[in-house]
Write a protein of this length. Structure first.
Length: 73
């Protein structure tokens, strides 16, 4: 499953790159892109574990950039 999420309060391109590397290391993630310019997270991951993967991704993002939120609708 591939989805795009809006990011809120992502303040630096270096942090976006760190988030991308961290999320890429989650088991089940096939492809990930974090864009500082568009404030978007694009993730392609296993359908069965997608919500679990997104929970882990949110925690990793908070470690890198505490103010950043992934808008999950």
């Amino acid at each position: 499953m591939k989805k795009v999420f809006k990011l809120e309060d992502l303040d630096c391109a270096n942090c976006a790159a760190k988030m991308e590397r961290a999320i890429a290391g989650i088991e089940g993630v096939r492809e990930v892109s974090v864009s500082f310019m568009t404030q978007k997270l694009t993730i392609d991951a296993d359908d069965e574990k997608f919500e679990e993967i997104m929970d882990k991704a949110e925690k990793l993002c908070k470690k890198v950039e505490p103010d950043c939120r992934i808008i999950r609708k």
